[in-house]
Ligand binder design. Structure first.
Ligand code: FEO
Length: 401
């Protein structure tokens, strides 16, 4: 993609990556992505907002230099410093070591380790601080945890452009940059929701604070760092309304306590069912069901776990450990949203029974609140074992009241 004009002396100079199918190892990107960056040419100074993934540096430089030489850039502003935005900074500094790097306090600390350069001239900016480019003024708006501690927005006052980095972005690639040119709106909306779920879902309260901070801005363009530019009169109201709706706290009328398990010979399943019986004995209205992990889509189980009030997890022990489906489920945990979430661990074993302590250690590592020692049963649960499992479920439920 060549540079695209957005407003007077404001250009998109980022790079398209339509073929990307997995982002950051784990995130599917069926519609590719874009690494957006923007150039603001003021009467006195020129600012580049974001860089890009280092892999696309040459193309990125071509786009910038179609507008102005790299040597003419005075400031590079990094609203957020994950390497898909900061990865090309070190190479850019090789071309122009005189650039001042503008970032939040946290961002400046991250950038020292991302670039491994000790000679960067930083301008650390605070919430509300402004930077004049002559006839254009940039204002910085702290946006912590949207989605890293370093995150901020940059507001171009005269042209009413909000550079929002990941916020309101999407992993969606079409060549024409603006939302009113999107050829496949339903695909964009799918990508927009998937992006919100993956990146901002754990930070709902911060999303609401971020929306509040920008609500009085008279925005014409939101320029995110991935996906189409969002414009007044097209999708601006839509994207803000979506973020607001999706970020509302989830309120359950009754407690939601799923019981996840996997079972080689049905023994861990029997414990799961006994725990369910115990939970129901204390919380008869609770939404509690058993789920054999291998029968369900892992993403939907992960969402269920993340949105639950508490949960139980069972695994047999194979090769001195819990089995991979149990670990896979835990790889979907929203560690921030699930901090202190009550949980219970159980499982049948044959020889040594490491699954329960290993899962317990992992859940403790995720800062969850693990109930007691959990329950291990050697081979087939006896009637007495099942009574104990039922009592354990009842005690767990009682602890949730
Ligand atoms: Fe697009 Fe959080 O980086």
């Amino acid at each position: 993609m060549a540079a695209v004009k957005i407003a007077d002396s404001v250009y998109a100079v980022g790079v398209l990556n339509p073929g990307l199918r997995v982002f950051d190892i784990v995130m599917k990107t069926e519609f590719g992505t874009t690494y957006n960056a923007y150039l603001v040419v003021g009467s006195d100074k020129t600012a580049l907002i974001e860089t890009c993934h280092r892999t696309y540096f040459e193309h990125f430089v071509e786009n910038i230099e179609s507008i102005c030489p790299i040597e003419k850039i005075d400031y590079v502003i990094l609203n957020h410093n994950e390497p898909d935005h900061s990865g090309a900074l070190a190479a850019l500094l090789e071309h122009n070591p005189k650039m001042t790097v503008v970032a939040s306090q946290a961002g400046s600390l991250y950038l020292k380790n991302i670039t491994n350069r000790s000679d960067i001239q930083f301008k650390v900016v605070k919430d509300g601080e402004t930077l004049s480019l002559g006839n254009k003024t940039l204002r910085f708006i702290n946006a912590p945890f949207l989605h890293w501690p370093d995150s901020m927005f940059t507001w171009l006052e005269e042209d009413r452009v909000l550079f929002s980095c990941d916020f309101l972005g999407s992993h969606y690639c079409e060549p024409y940059m603006f939302d009113y040119n999107i050829t496949y709106p339903s695909k964009y909306e799918e990508a927009f929701k998937g992006y919100y779920d993956a990146i901002f879902g754990p930070f709902g309260s911060y999303v609401l604070k971020g929306l509040e901070k920008i609500k009085d801005l008279d925005i014409d363009f939101v320029c995110p760092s991935h996906g189409p530019i969002i414009t007044r009169g097209c999708r601006l109201d839509y994207v803000r309304e979506c973020y607001e709706r999706w970020s509302q706290p989830i309120v359950h009328e009754t407690k939601v306590i799923p019981i996840f398990y996997t079972s080689a010979y049905g023994n861990t399943r029997l414990i799961a069912q006994a725990i369910e019986k115990g939970i129901r004995s204390v919380l008869p209205d609770a939404d509690t069901e058993t789920y054999d992990i291998i029968d369900y889509d892992m993403g939907s189980l992960g969402r269920m776990l993340n949105q639950s009030d508490a949960f139980a997890l069972g695994s047999p022990t194979i090769n001195r450990d819990a089995v991979p489906p149990a670990w896979m489920l835990l790889s979907h945990v929203d560690a921030i949203g699930c901090a202190k979430k009550p949980c219970l661990v159980f499982g049948s074993y044959g020889w040594s029974g490491e699954a329960v302590p290993n899962l317990t250690a992992r859940l403790n590592g995720l800062k969850m609140s693990v109930f007691g020692e959990g329950m291990k049963v050697c081979f087939v649960p006896s009637e007495e074992d099942l009574e104990k499992a039922t009592q354990l479920g009842a005690d767990f439920a009682a602890s949730l009241k």
